[in-house]
Unconditional design. Structure first.
Length: 134
């Protein structure tokens, strides 16, 4: 009898457990779409020290999104949004790759992320909106 009561209580608590909450956006949102065999856009510019949220979606199959130097590694599942809050702390040009085999052209699935020093607040915000270099 005690075992049954424990199972019922455990089942009820599992059913009422809160759903995971997506993190609040950390500054501007940059939308990136993955599809066989490219990322759109294929190049973005971020500013060192400025928080940003990368919002990732997939049009077709599960993809990966990895930038080892920026400590980013995420799964992008079709029909779901993946949010990554990042504040780059180094400047440079980095390659994001799909690290989940997604088909014949998988090896060419890359995108460029440029992290620049900000020049001024107003110029930085405008450049981020346009995905342009400062």
């Amino acid at each position: 009898m005690t075992a049954v009561a424990v199972c019922v209580v455990a089942s009820l608590s599992a059913c009422t457990a809160p759903m995971p909450i997506q993190p609040e956006p950390a500054g501007p949102v940059v939308k990136i779409t993955a599809s066989q065999f490219h990322f759109t856009p294929n190049r973005i510019t971020l500013l060192k020290g400025q928080a940003v949220t990368l919002e990732l979606t997939s049009d077709d199959v599960t993809h990966g999104f990895m930038i080892r130097q920026l400590k980013i590694d995420a799964d992008i599942k079709p029909g779901k949004l993946t949010h990554i809050n990042v504040t780059p702390d180094v400047t440079g040009t980095f390659k994001a790759i799909c690290d989940h085999y997604c088909g014949f052209g998988h090896g060419d699935m890359r995108m460029t992320i440029v992290v620049q020093e900000p020049r001024s607040q107003s110029a930085s915000a405008e450049n981020l909106r346009n995905n342009e270099l400062p």
